[in-house]
Design a protein around this ligand. Structure first.
Ligand code: FAS
Ligand code: PHB
Length: 403
């Protein structure tokens, strides 16, 4: 192993939202970290991903000094629309449970995090390769990597945190006899579309349709975000712009009750396979996992980014206690506590996905339509969806052992 030329308290692998927010929260409590990222800063800053922030996420970002642009440019939404042919119903989360959600793209959250960490002088190594974890079962773990200049480097740390997403090396370092994986692949994907056009709706429309699911989301008053259910294996170039707009108009109900879908220039197309994945435990020795490194949810419930934030909100104080006071209580409870929320969000994301996506089985269709009629006509049903979509306060899903 290369000789150690770097030393820190927490080595963080991955500069996505989980890794960057963790370094920000640790620094606020006087704990230093070094972040390692395999991509460039510009690539990480420009990835188009999530769009919805739960109230808890917004509250946390504000509390840690990252809410100024969010408050200025973000758009608070009271709820969502659920739709099926000839019917569209608004669920008002504020009326139902007193909580709202915010439209503020992950790209914007990432830019705010990068700006804040750069301003704080955070040590971040971009464009690294050959990232490898060592001695995580000991009190002196290390991470080796090749830096942007091709030099072998080694970081000695007290703690290593895998924030390296679903394809990073950290997850695999939990030994098979300790690790358990839960995996579900869905029989369809999401075709994502970004268009320079004002949204045709004030709040998100989740639409069930016989041709397949569609979602009308947005990024700003001039940029709309759409998703279409497509078969697995679909490539972005398989769909022409005309075909995209025709499918969105049909599935979202263009012309239904006077509503019209406005079309415009498409600036990005992508295809996102749908899967649920959970790995337990989220800690092994001095290695902790957070965000997509430990779990993946289908985006139907808008949970991926918010769950990563919730993990980090739990992990940061646990690591501060461990590193600064040698107090292991929160760290020992981290995995069980985080997994309570992970499974709640995994269930909700599966439930929304199963309810809204076209199935080949006519029996399923009847169950889906019955469930849509129930959650839009029953206060109890609507409140249940609202509570999960807007997100439980982070503390409410702690286990009793975490205090
Ligand atoms: P991330 O994947 O964001 O970050 C992990 C980082 O680790 C990356 O920057 C990666 O380059 C880096 N890394 C990987 N291997 C490494 C190595 N060996 N060494 C160093 N660094 C390494 N969620 C929603 O809620 N709504 C959506 O619409 C939505 N759309 C998505 C679309 C796509 C294409 C993807 C992939 C995800 C989407 N998600 C969505 C989920 C997404 O938002 C994640 O939940 C969120 O990015 C999780 O953040 P992190 O855990 O930080 O992981
Ligand atoms: C998005 O705007 O990217 C988005 C919104 C809601 C979802 C998924 C994605 O459920």
């Amino acid at each position: 192993m290369a000789a150690a030329d770097l030393r820190t308290q927490v080595a963080i692998i991955g500069a996505g939202p989980a890794g960057m927010l963790l370094s920000h929260l640790l620094a606020a409590d006087g704990v230093e970290s070094i972040v390692l990222e395999t991509r460039s800063q510009s690539y990480v800053a420009s990835r188009i991903r999530a769009g919805i922030l739960e109230q808890s996420t917004v509250d946390l970002l504000r509390e840690c000094g990252l809410g100024e642009r969010l408050h200025r440019e973000g758009d608070e939404h009271r709820g969502i629309y659920l739709q099926w042919p000839d019917e569209r119903h608004h669920l008002d989360f504020v009326d139902l449970i007193g909580r709202s959600v915010w439209v503020y793209g992950q790209t914007e959250v990432q830019k705010d995090l990068i700006d804040a960490r750069n301003a704080a002088g955070q040590e971040i190594h971009y464009d690294v390769t050959d990232t490898s974890l060592h001695d995580i079962e000991t009190n002196s773990p290390a991470v080796t990597f090749t830096d942007v200049d091709g030099r072998p480097r080694r970081v000695d740390a007290d703690i290593v945190v895998g924030c390296d997403g679903s394809f990073g090396p950290s997850r695999e370092r939990v030994p098979p006899h300790v690790r358990r994986d839960w995996n579900r692949v869905y029989p369809y994907s999401w075709f994502g579309v970004l268009a320079d056009i004002a949204p045709s709706t004030d709040e998100l429309i989740y639409a069930w349709h016989g041709d397949g699911f569609a979602l009308h989301s947005m990024r700003s008053a001039t940029v709309s975000r759409f998703y279409l259910q497509v078969p697995n294996g679909t490539a972005p170039d398989d769909w022409s712009d005309d075909r995209i707009w025709e499918a969105l108009a049909t599935r979202l109900g263009h012309g239904q009750n006077g509503w019209e879908l406005t079309t415009g220039p498409i600036t990005d197309k992508s295809v996102l396979p749908m899967r649920s994945f959970v790995q337990t435990p989220m800690r092994y020795g001095r290695l902790f996992l957070a965000g997509d490194a430990a779990h993946i949810v289908p985006p139907t419930g808008a949970k991926g980014l918010n769950l990563a934030v919730a993990d980090v909100a739990l992990l940061a104080p646990a690591l501060v206690d461990l590193v600064r006071k040698d107090d292991h209580r929160l760290a020992n409870g981290y995995s069980d506590t985080a997994l309570r929320r992970v499974w709640r969000c995994t269930h909700f994301s599966w439930w929304m996905t199963a309810m809204l996506h076209r199935s080949e089985d006519p029996f399923d269709e009847q169950l889906q339509l019955s469930q849509l009629r129930w959650v839009t006509s029953s206060a109890a049903g609507a409140a249940g969806l609202a509570e999960n979509y807007a997100g439980l306060p982070i503390g409410l899903t702690r286990s009793s052992s975490a205090g």
